[in-house]
Design a binder for this molecule. Sequence first.
Ligand code: KG4
Ligand code: ZN
Length: 363
Amino acid sequence: MYDCLEKVNIHKAEPIILGIESSCDETAAAVIRGRKILSDEIASSASIQAEFGGVVPEIASRAHTDEIAKVVDRAIQKAGITYQDIDAVAVTYGAGLLGALLVGVSFAKAFAYALNKPLIAVNHIRGHLAAAYLDEPNLETPFVTLLASGGHTAILYAKSEGEFEILGATLDDAAGEAFDKVARVLGLKYPGGPHIERTAKEGKPIIPMPKMLKGGGGYNFSYSGLKTAVINYCHTKQQRGEEVNKADVACSFQAAAVDVLVEKTISAALEKGVKIVTAGGGVAANGYLRESLQQACKARGLKLILPEKRYCTDNAAMIASEGLVQYKLGNFADMTLTAKASIPLAATLETVQSRAAKAKEEN
Ligand code: KG4
Ligand code: ZN
C-alpha cells in the first residue's frame, strides 16, 4: 500500500532527498542531506547531440532510458546510504522535452511506490533557483535572483523559499538560446554558450550591438533583436566577400547579452532593498557574466551567491534542493503525476498536501 504520506515528518531536521533530472539531454541523480550534497551523478548525451547541432528529443529519451537506473544506483551508492534511508524522491516534471521528462517521472514514481516514499514534483526552473541553497547552506530569503538558461531568462524576487515574484523576463528568446543560435551562425558547436565564451576570449567588444532594452523595458529583456543583428552582420560580411572575425563577434555579442542581465539584476536588488543576489541556469556558468556580476555586487555592497559552474547547468542536486523546499512545505505529488512540456515560470505542483502540512495550517 502507498501510504507514506500518512506518516511523513515534514519537520525532520535534515531529510535525505533523492533528486532525479531528465528534462533535456542530461540524465542526472543526486542525494542531499539537508543542504549538503552527498552525491551528484550525471550521464550526458550532449556529445551525441552535438553531431546534430542541437538536442534530438528521440535520442535524448533513449539515452535517458538506457542510463536512468544506473545513474540513480550510482548516486545512492556514492552517497553511502541505503534505499530505506531516503526520505523523499524529487523529480523534474516540467518544463522540458516531454519524452525525456517522462523517463524521469515514470522512474521516480515506480521507485517511490516500490519503496513507499513520498514523491515530490519539481519545476526545473525552481531547481535552478534552489541551487543557491546548496552553495550557501545558511542562505535565507529575501533575495533577488537572476535566472538565465536555455529556455528561460528572468529576474525574480524570492520572498520566501516557496514564493517568487517575477520582476522581469525575456519577451522573446532566452539568453542561452541566443548564445546557441549565434554559435551556430559562427560555425561553433552545440551547446553554443561555452564555445562562444572560449572564442570571445581572443576578441574585443568592438562591433556595435543593439541596445537590449538597457534603460527601458523595466526588468524585461529582448534577445531576438541582438541575435538578428549578429546574423545580419555576418551575412553582410560574407556577401561582401569579407572575413568575419569570429572572436570579435563572439566577444561583442557576449558583452551585449551579459551586461544587460547584470545591470538589471543589480537595479532590481537595489529597488527591492535586498542584501543578497543569487544566480542560476546554464548561462550563469559564463565566466564573463560571473566576473561582471561579482564586480557589480561588490561595488553596491551586495552579497553574491553564485553556485559552482556545474550546479548552474542542469544537474540533479538542484532538483533535490528544490525538493527539500517543497518537502518542508508539505507539497507532495501522488501517483497521478505526469510530465509537462511547459509550465509557468515559477509554479509548483500542489497535488497532495501531507497530513502534517494540513495540521500545521489548521493550528
Ligand atoms: O540551464 P541549462 O543547462 O539548461 C536549461 O535549462 O536550458 O542551460 C543551457 C544553456 C544553453 O543555452 C547553453 O549554451 C548555455 O546554457 N550555457 C552557457 C554557458 N554554459 C552553458 N552560456 C554562456 N556561457 C557558458 N559558459
Ligand atoms: Zn536547466
